[in-house]
Design a protein around this ligand. Structure first.
Ligand code: SF4
Length: 160
């Protein structure tokens, strides 16, 4: 969680670390090599999340929630655009419902921020964020990334 170099956001916030490949759009996921770099820098949260596959660094299947990070947005007093989980996918199947709902509670209680959530798992995003949480928060932007025309139907999961 830090100031971000990503041009469309102000900060990143990572309540979850680690992921697995979901689709062709994950093949060049920058977070895999970033996790390895952060591990090498001694950031414990990112330790043991990747393995080598030839010359490539890939996820090893470990997905880790970070309950301590749930406090972070409360400490940011000035409004920010916050990219949620640049190092994972909040709607990964290994992240349990209660943890997703805990993240939702933080976002509801910090309406001065705008949260940006992208997923490659829009079915679960729809199931949890739309059907289970109930209200769509006005300060939470939900999106899915579409890498090619074969997966354009991901949008259908998020349409009202
Ligand atoms: S869902 Fe996102 S974080 Fe996970 S492997 Fe794919 S691109 Fe990377």
């Amino acid at each position: 969680m830090a100031e971000s170099q990503i041009e469309w956001t102000d900060s990143t916030w990572n309540p979850v670390a680690g992921c697995t490949i979901a689709t062709a759009g994950c093949t060049h996921c920058y977070a895999m090599s970033m996790a390895k770099r952060l591990e090498a820098m001694g950031v414990e949260k990112y330790a043991g999340l990747t393995r080598q596959s030839g010359k490539r660094t890939v996820w090893n299947g470990v997905v880790r929630t970070d309950p301590d990070s749930l406090d972070t947005p409360y400490k940011w007093r000035k409004p920010r655009k916050i990219f949620v989980n640049s190092m994972s996918d909040l709607f990964h199947e290994e992240v349990d419902d209660d943890f997703v709902l805990a993240v939702w509670k933080v976002m509801a209680e910090t309406p001065h921020h705008n949260y940006q959530i992208l997923t490659k798992r829009p079915e679960r995003m729809a199931e949890l964020a739309i059907n289970k949480v109930g209200d769509i928060l006005p300060n939470v932007w939900l999106g899915t990334s579409i890498e090619n025309s074969e997966v354009v139907d991901r949008l259908d999961d998020l349409l009202p």
